[in-house]
Design a protein around this ligand. Structure first.
Ligand SMILES: [Zn+2]
Length: 454
């Protein structure tokens, strides 16, 4: 018979919530704006709490003031570890546009306001509470439970998860990692959707160079470098790269479509049809933001972002340079991407790859998704888990290098009409206090299931 996972008596949760809220507010008060980050003090604060609970941890400094906390509860080793990850750095906040001080941790009208409330100090506290509760109750674990509170995610994670993966891989290597981006509810058609990140696109940043005949600006020149590079920029900015249907995109769109009323679901499913996809996204999907997001999950993209040429108005430069922010789908190589870019811009350019990192992806049928759905369903009967792909990148990029299967799951129940995406780097970032409490329980139940069930 399967063993019931460890659980906490109902009567204890209220005190747990109060305790967690206090930790969360204190954590939000550390200004960890990156740059410069300065995550060290926030790490030390978490360390003090763990120390009080007699939970072992280390603070590992990757650069002056840039610190990562790694803590571990030991299991019996019958299963490989589970990692809970949260980055402690936050993006800058323009204080004048905020209703409350972004580092004031004000609670008002049921919300806790602050930079990092959703992205993602809430997950740091939720994760830490999972460790604390399992430790206090001396629950026997089948696997090690690791908690990493890391620096520098917002500028690429080189001093955070990337540094840990490079310099201390044994401290963070796990079978599963839970982190961002996912678990935030979105209500539509009477259902509550919980997207869970199962994949994120890779990057391929390029520098294109066009050479031309230099000369005086007073004479016509049909072979100018600026004209050539302009042509490449125009093409990349207006033409589309080929359609690719990955298993990750398919499961996302199929799941969304299955929960739409007729005929919306039928129409949405056609986004997976290579012949109809373009037309559906351009003409039929009414929400342009959604259409762009769907487009990004079905294509590599190549956005021209930096253009440089010339020094003087009357001198034709001999070369012009364009930088391109390329994002690649799971399964696509650097060569695949370059071939597609070449197909759009044509010949006559020198192409240099500035950085390439392949996409990360976890299997869309991994059993952890079923466990997430079951547990969410217990706390929110209208919950629908939607495995999805994120066009940007997170710490998952670094952990997946260690063979870890990474899932974006830092659950929060949000009120109707509340957009996580608009607030995560926007003004007035805030989290519903009840939604945070909901997240603590859901995450704890999942962690207990993975570490003590069986
Ligand atoms: Zn984040």
């Amino acid at each position: 018979m399967a063993k019931e996972p460890f659980s906490i008596p109902e009567s204890e949760w209220k005190a747990v919530f109060d305790e967690a809220l206090e930790y969360f507010r204190n954590l939000l008060r550390f200004d960890t704006t990156n740059p410069p980050g300065n995550e060290r003090e926030a790490c030390e604060y978490l360390g003090k709490i763990l120390e009080k609970e007699k939970i072992g941890f280390e603070i590992l400094e990757s650069a002056p003031g840039r610190a990562n906390l790694v803590s571990r509860l030991r299991g019996d080793g019958s299963l490989p570890p589970l990692l809970l990850n949260a980055h402690l750095d936050v993006v800058p906040a323009e204080k004048t546009y905020w209703t409350h001080d972004p580092f004031g941790a004000v609670v008002e009208d049921g919300f806790l306001w602050g930079r990092g409330a959703l992205d993602m100090k809430h997950m740091a506290v939720m994760s830490m509470m999972s460790l604390i509760l399992l430790r206090r109750h001396e629950a026997g674990l089948k696997r090690d439970l690791i908690f990493a509170a890391v620096a520098d995610e917002e500028t690429g994670g080189r001093l955070g998860s990337g540094w840990l993966a490079d310099h201390h891989p044994d401290k963070v290597r796990a079978e599963y990692a839970l982190g961002e981006i996912g678990g935030f509810s979105r209500i539509a058609n009477g259902k509550t959707f919980y997207p869970v990140q199962i994949a994120e696109k890779g990057i391929c940043w390029l520098r294109l160079k066009a050479k031309g005949t230099p000369g005086h600006g007073s004479l016509p020149n049909w072979e100018g470098a600026v004209g050539k590079i302009g042509k490449a920029a125009h093409r990349l900015g207006s033409e589309r790269l080929p359609f690719h249907c990955t298993p990750q995109a398919a499961v996302f769109i199929e799941t969304m479509a299955a929960h739409q009323p007729f005929p919306k679901g039928l129409v949405l499913r056609q986004a997976l049809n290579r012949h109809l996809s373009q037309w559906i996204l351009d003409k039929v999907v009414p929400d342009k933001g959604l259409a762009r997001m769907l487009y990004a999950t079905l294509h590599n993209t190549a956005n021209p972002t930096i253009l440089r040429a010339g020094e003087k108005v009357n001198v034709l430069p001999s070369e012009a340079v364009l930088q391109v922010d390329g994002r690649v789908l799971p399964g696509q190589t650097q060569e695949d991407f370059l071939r597609e870019v070449q197909g759009v811009i044509g010949d006559g350019y020198e192409i240099e790859v500035l950085e390439f990192q392949s996409a990360t992806s976890a299997p869309p049928d991994d059993p952890i998704l079923r466990a997430m759905a079951d547990i969410l369903g217990r706390h929110d009967p209208s919950a629908v888990v939607v495995p999805n792909m994120v066009p940007g990148f997170t710490d998952a990029k670094h952990y997946s290098r260690l063979g870890t299967r990474c899932f974006g799951f830092s659950p929060v129940k949000l009120p109707e009409g509340f957009s996580f995406i608009d607030l995560m780097h926007g003004h007035d970032e805030r989290i519903p206090v009840e939604g945070f409490f909901f997240g603590i329980r859901v995450l704890f139940d999942l962690v207990a299931h993975l570490c003590t069930g069986g």
